[in-house]
Design a protein around this ligand. Structure first.
Ligand code: FHN
Length: 611
């Protein structure tokens, strides 16, 4: 990457005077901002479609949360600390003077960039996003801006991000960096969810000092010296639009191909894709999103390593989540949390190896695929991914009676076979009088490896267009069915909103809901069954004791609301039990809450659990 002679001299000599370095960065930025013309942002975001091409093909990436916190493994002074592993400094209110010395003993001698990158490649992952600096403020690379970094501040004396970059280049996968641009618990002037135990006087904090002296120059050196494919920002709580714009300017003035996520900018902006290239729903798979999005998810319950967190997802769940995410048109960014010695938990390794094995046979139905063009409502526990001329129907359970029926799905089919069947044995299919497609197949009789565990994928090849009628969502007789506000229709004073905190898609919450608002879903149940109806919502005292009525199948459930820690911390509550036949109809939910200022609750899910 070319630099001007002066900048090159300044940036590249290790003995650079840090103040001079920072001064030049500020000079560069000020000049840039002064010259800013009204359509500056249009210039800065131009070229999105081209830079997103590899990203949309990739569909599956590795997230790595690794830092000083990994050496603590969730413990501090002999105590287990609740919460995320990487948040231990905040959750245990560890003073900076006690946290910084962790660097003096941080020596991850098992770290091996080659084996980490090979694990990602063997898992079928096409890019890696690793924490360059998380909220604790410690840089996991050789920073010229602050010596609070792994090269200068630890006995390790190596630059793992440089080593990972070289290994990714050798293996032909992309490397991106996570950077917490707003929260920094090491810095007295950083705001956001700030360090109020060392630096309690929030009014005296000047975030511009933190941005000017640490954040901006560190982002600049990362982009200039490591050539990342993605800059993954986080928790933009109270960053100003101008500060976000300066970040974008730093990145794009270096390289317009660097992808930036939505969390570069403040959550109160109308549209976080004003500056970012894609949305980042976290720990949830959104129902329908038109823009580019990436679901980031942990393998257990923490991003950073915690020795006591053994709540690992199953291998089938990982594959189901990958398919589900791609069927909605998104990417799946799956996290690993290496420990303080540079070891990746064995459970993470085996889960990723399973994913890679599955993708060897099924990658065609994931990489470069698009969202389902035929809605989400199937007779079965199934998802659909697509590419021009092909549909991939992923069956998480065998069709009843080995006859797959896809309602109202008409097209000029040229072939149907099972993905992974080396013989590509064509399956017989026909249409019934209602225009439903019926496919007969008996997995036991097919040659080649066909496994329902965790999924059997049909490949339907066709010419021309697809004629289908979007079918309602199912109340599944085998698995839990989730109905979210984003899939409903609203009437009266009731709407679904995006969680107005920094995590845009945590809830798809129903907000501004009171006594004249209702929410309605269309549903189908496949057979007679009894179901426990559960409500997942967050609430404070405003709506305590209000009535929520749920009408379905001629039955009504009445639930009196309870409070949770906050409206942003949902919990699941029992609603009642209903009996359904093989039927179709509407689910209608309403409340008697009369409050003016807020919703009765922030409802995020209605669940039907088969009894
Ligand atoms: O607080 C962080 C958390 O530590 C982690 O980095 C996740 C990853 O998306 N982001 C924030 C929580 O949303």
């Amino acid at each position: 990457m070319e630099k001007s002679g002066l900048i090159n001299l300044i940036f590249c000599t290790r003995s650079t005077n840090r103040k001079l370095y920072v001064f030049l960065v500020v000079l560069f930025l000020t000049a840039g901002m002064m010259a800013q013309d009204p359509n500056k942002i249009d210039q800065l975001v131009s070229g999105k479609q081209q830079r997103m091409e590899w990203w949309k093909e990739a569909r599956f990436g590795m997230f790595i949360h690794w830092g000083l916190y990994a050496d603590l493994g969730g413990m501090w002074e002999g105590e287990h600390i609740d919460g995320l592993g990487e948040w231990i400094m905040y959750n245990a209110k560890i003073p900076v003077e006690n946290y910084r010395p962790l660097a003096e003993r941080f020596n991850p001698y098992y770290f091996n960039a080659e084996s980490w990158v090979k694990l990602a490649v063997d898992a079928g992952m096409k890019y890696i996003i690793i924490t360059a600096k998380h909220c604790d403020g410690f840089a996991m690379y050789d920073s010229d801006v602050s010596d609070y970094n792994i090269y200068d501040g630890t006995p390790f004396k190596r630059d793992p991000l440089r080593e990972l970059k070289d290994a990714c280049d050798r293996y032909g996968i992309k490397l991106g960096f996570y950077y917490s641009q707003n929260w920094d618990w090491n810095e007295p002037d950083a705001l956001g969810l700030d360090n109020d135990w060392d630096f309690p006087d929030r009014d005296s904090k000047d975030p511009d000092v933190y941005y000017r002296e640490k954040c901006f120059p560190q982002v600049k050196e990362l982009v200039e010296q490591y050539d990342p494919a993605v800059m993954w920002f986080d928790v933009p709580w109270d960053i100003t639009r101008d500060q976000s714009l300066q970040l974008l300017e730093i990145i794009r003035s270096e390289d317009s191909s660097v992808i930036v996520n939505d969390r570069i900018s403040h959550e109160h902006l109308e549209n976080r894709l004003e500056m970012g290239d894609y949305l980042t729903p976290e720990q949830v798979i959104p129902d329908t999103i038109r823009e580019n999005f990436e679901v980031c998810m942990t393998l257990n319950d923490t991003w950073g390593y915690k020795r006591c967190d053994h709540n690992w997802k199953s291998s089938g769940k990982i594959i189901r989540n990958l398919i589900h995410t791609v069927s909605r048109g998104g990417n799946y960014l799956l996290n690993i949390g290496p420990d303080g010695k540079g070891r990746i938990p064995a459970e993470s390794v085996s889960l990723l190896q399973f994913a890679g094995t599955w993708l060897k046979d099924h990658g065609e139905s994931i990489y470069g695929c698009n969202a389902s063009p035929i809605g989400a409502g199937f007779y079965y526990d199934a998802r659909c991914t697509s590419r021009p001329g092909k549909l991939y129907i992923h069956l998480f359970e065998l069709a009843v009676g080995n006859r797959l029926l896809l309602e109202h799905l008409q097209m000029n089919i040229t072939d149907i076979h099972i993905l992974g069947d080396e013989e590509k044995t064509s399956l017989s299919f026909q249409y019934n009088n209602s225009g439903d497609l019926m496919v007969d197949f008996d997995p036991e009789s097919l040659p080649g490896r066909v496994s329902i565990d965790p999924v059997t994928t049909l490949v339907i090849s066709y010419n021309g267009d697809i004629d289908y009628i979007n079918t309602p969502d199912i109340v599944d007789p085998v698995h839990e069915s989730v109905f979210r506000p984003s899939g409903a229709t609203f009437s009266g004073n009731c709407m679904y909103g995006l969680n107005d905190r920094w995590d845009r898609y945590r809830g798809y919450e129903m907000i501004e809901w009171n006594n004249n608002g209702t929410m309605t879903w269309e549903y189908r149940s496949l057979q007679q069954g009894d179901y426990e109806v559960m409500l997942k919502y967050g609430s404070d005292s405003a709506g305590l004791g209000s009535i929520i009525d749920i009408a379905i199948g001629g039955q009504s459930i009445r639930h009196r609301t309870k409070t949770t820690n906050s409206r942003y911390q949902p919990e699941v509550f029992h609603g009642g039990v209903v009996s359904l036949d093989k039927e179709a109809g509407k689910i209608v939910i309403s409340t008697d809450y009369q409050g003016e200022d807020a919703s009765v609750v922030n409802l995020s899910e209605l669940r039907f659990v088969p009894l």
